[in-house]
Design a binder for this molecule. Structure first.
Ligand code: 5AD
Ligand code: SF4
Length: 494
């Protein structure tokens, strides 16, 4: 018999090269990460082999992502583990394993989960061996877990954001048990590297640079469910960038709740601008994006790096949230309307054609018509390329939830509609500035509506449809933007 591998003796960066079937699962369980998770992946692989023998097919797994880019990246980590174990990926939720990676930033995201769990229960009645799992931000709220325990007993596995790295171990426990497995951590300072990841796109990827948030904007639940801010070591990030580039990735999105405060908690502190300077040196990468920037921490150094860079995309997402200094103060955003507008102007002066996008909340407690008019005024002054607009959602446990003067729903909706109209008109006008120009476009996918067309993105983040076939996907091509149709362009390659 071939010598079996004892994972306790394998270096972290070499784990990905180990064939799981050769792992010695009778050796002691490694008590350190990520070796421990590879051990459990090997155990799960054995389970998959048995499933295959019994059913004559591989078990299927569906990962549904419900949240932001950070969640999407976490879902790629879940898929990476499932694929490594041997599950066949599927988009159908009528599968042997279904996991929802949930979001809780606004209430409607929560309601959607409960609705869909009912559908999953139906599938499980037909396929009693089906396993249903829930993870992500919503699970970090104790009331949600209580509700699941009480009324959704058919759920098999529940875990949170801090122990996502333990997915393989938790999955193995769930496969071997009929009970509901719940493992939620309140916080962590651990960052586990070198676990498998299955990217959605071969040519572009998100890269976490930090986790958590320390800002405590008064409406926001993120600091409670994602924990304290912690940055990855720059060497680990740069190593990941090089590995991605070697694997065919040309565009990366550096991810963090507040990238502008990157590096502050490191033993050897480093600024985000310094990290970008290093990231730019990665051979093979041609585009670097990042998300999200908090206006209060956006430095001159960052603007300078952006202005001088060939690779950093000409797009900045700069959440405004409100244009009223009074409301911004109540939101604990720590900038004034004037400071925000001055910052946007400074960025536009340094990078004149940059696309600015934003997030705006309407109906924060105490928001008056005058406050709302100030938001509209900032929108008209800054002229965003696009803006995500949100109705304020009251999140239990946040300071804003306890504030008086919650804005009535009809008032909120009326303001929302007026804001949306303004934002859309400006986006349309702004997009016209590129009509007739030729731009490098990264072709991302075949167009689902128009046969013979592909869809790609400009550095400015605008979407373009143009005639082409699948061979273009993942390539950067020059496209003339013939016509602007509001939120996207029609063009042709030149
Ligand atoms: N209600 C409405 N929108 C919110 N956001 C965060 N919390 C809330 C809330 N309670 C929005 C903010 C943030 C975006 C990701 O979600 O605009 O920038
Ligand atoms: Fe929430 Fe503010 Fe942190 Fe963004 S910066 S995640 S809005 S608390």
């Amino acid at each position: 018999m071939n010598q079996k591998v004892d994972l306790r003796k394998v270096k972290a960066e070499e784990l990905k090269l180990i064939e799981l079937d050769t792992v010695d699962i009778n050796s002691e369980v490694p008590d350190f990460e990520p070796q421990r998770q590879y051990y459990f992946m090997a155990k799960c692989r054995q389970w998959v082999r048995k499933f295959e023998q019994k059913n004559g097919r591989l078990p299927s797994a569906c990962v549904t992502n419900m949240g932001c880019q950070m969640n999407a990246r976490d879902s790629e980590k879940l898929r990476g583990v499932l694929q490594e174990i041997g599950y066949a990926g599927t988009d159908s939720e009528d599968a042997d394993f279904v996991i929802y990676n949930t979001c809780t930033v606004r209430e409607n995201a929560n309601l959607k989960v409960y609705g869909r769990l009912g559908v999953l229960h139906g599938y499980k009645k037909k396929n009693p061996d089906m396993k249903i799992a829930l993870c992500g931000c919503m699970m970090q709220e104790p009331s949600m877990v209580e509700k699941l325990k009480k009324s959704y007993r058919f759920v098999d596995l529940v875990f949170g954001t801090h122990n996502l790295f333990k997915f393989a171990e938790l999955l193995f426990t769930a496969l071997a048990s009929d009970r509901m497995i719940i493992d939620i951590w309140k916080d962590t300072d651990q960052i586990v590297e070198d676990l498998p990841i299955e990217r959605k796109y071969p040519f572009k990827s998100g890269v976490n640079i930090m986790f958590g948030c320390n800002n405590f904007c008064s409406y926001c639940i993120v600091p409670y469910v994602r924990g304290r801010e912690r940055s990855r070591e720059p060497e680990d990030i740069l190593r990941e960038l090089r590995a991605l580039a070697a694997d065919g990735v040309t565009e990366v999105m550096l991810l963090g709740q507040n990238v502008n405060s990157y590096g502050k908690t490191l033993e050897r502190p480093m600024t985000f601008a310094q990290l970008l300077r290093e990231a730019e040196k990665t051979e093979g990468l041609s585009r670097i994006r990042f998300m999200t920037s908090h206006p209060k921490d956006l430095s001159d150094e960052l603007i300078e790096v952006m202005a001088g860079s060939e690779k950093i995309c000409r797009h900045l997402h700069l959440p405004l949230q409100s244009g009223s200094t009074r409301i911004l103060k109540a939101m604990n955003r720590r900038y004034t309307k004037e400071q925000y507008v001055a910052l946007a102007e400074k960025i536009r002066r340094a990078v004149p054609d940059i696309a600015l996008t934003t997030d705006i909340i309407v109906g924060f407690p105490g928001e008056t018509e005058e406050d709302f008019q100030e938001t509209l005024e900032v929108v008209r002054t800054v002229r965003y390329d696009s803006a995500f607009t949100f109705l304020y959602s009251r999140r239990t446990g946040t300071p804003a939830a306890a504030m008086e003067n919650q804005v009535p729903e009809d008032v909120m909706k009326d303001r929302f509609d007026r804001l949306l109209k303004e934002v859309q008109e400006i986006s349309r006008e702004m997009a016209e500035r590129f009509t007739g120009t030729t731009q490098p476009v990264l072709a991302e996918e075949r167009n689902r509506q128009m046969e013979g067309y592909v869809t790609g993105r400009l550095s400015y983040n605008h979407v373009v449809h143009f005639p082409g076939d699948a061979s273009l996907i993942g390539k950067t091509v020059n496209v003339r933007l013939d016509e602007c149709r509001g939120f996207y362009y029609m063009g042709h390659t030149v």
